[in-house]
Design a protein around this ligand. Sequence first.
Ligand SMILES: Nc1ncnc2c1ncn2[C@@H]1O[C@H](COP(=O)(O)OP(=O)(O)OP(=O)(O)O)[C@@H](O)[C@H]1O
Length: 263
Amino acid sequence: MSSSRTKIESLTILPGTTRDGTKEGFDEIVIRPGDTFSIVGPTGSGKTAFINDIEVFAQGDTVTNRRILINGREPDEALVRDPSRKPIAMITQNTKCLADLVVSEFLEMHIRSRKLDGDGIVEKTIRIANEFTGEKIRPHMRMSALSGGQTRSLFIADAIIISDTPIILLDEVENAGIFKDRVIEVLREEKKAIIFVTHDPYVALLTGTRIVMENGAVTKILTPGREEEETLAEIARMDAKITNLRERIRAGELLCGLEGVEA
Ligand SMILES: Nc1ncnc2c1ncn2[C@@H]1O[C@H](COP(=O)(O)OP(=O)(O)OP(=O)(O)O)[C@@H](O)[C@H]1O
């Protein structure tokens, strides 16, 4: 990790205004290392605007008027402007790599720019990425030839191992051919704070806190815990079935009935 990196103990979101200009109804939302959040709500309710506020460290200067504090204070200029010190990585559905490099060269370039030393970082990053995707990534593959799922898996692993950012924002990555439960597990193990924008019930229930949006504003903050335990187990089974069906459709099978679809 870069030595000049500010240690992030908390990121605080202070309320802004709804689309009608009235004040949002929460006092503050505090995110700490290891916390998992999902942002849910109908299309157009302001989910992406919410994580964009975090990504740009909004100071009342975005459409939402929210403010972001780091360790309880307005973040200093270097944290906002210097990409190597930025504590936040954002990965979206549209993440695409245009670099004409193979995977190992791309990662080595990033490792050099971060001034990291230590053996095996490239291998470790690819190994972690391969825990998130069924289509294995190899060091000699061209970045521009990776599938959407492989690219996002590699970028998540890169954010964990090379950028080593304490906060990771994931905008609707669930349909992107990645193993979302494994992503959440690894991010928890690595003590990262993760914030998912999601329409996926499995991802929503896997996270510790659910932020509900409507009309550009946060309307509820839910921390269900054990209340949803049984539902989560049931959704996990359903999700495994859907994953199984998806893989079989991809493999060109005809699905005549649902027998044999086991979690
Ligand atoms: N508090 C707000 N005040 C004013 N405009 C807002 C506010 N929040 C969001 N908007 C605007 O509303 C529009 C929709 O917001 P956004 O894209 O964040 O919704 P979303 O929930 O992510 O939608 P989708 O699920 O379709 O991706 C955007 O143009 C955004 O700038």
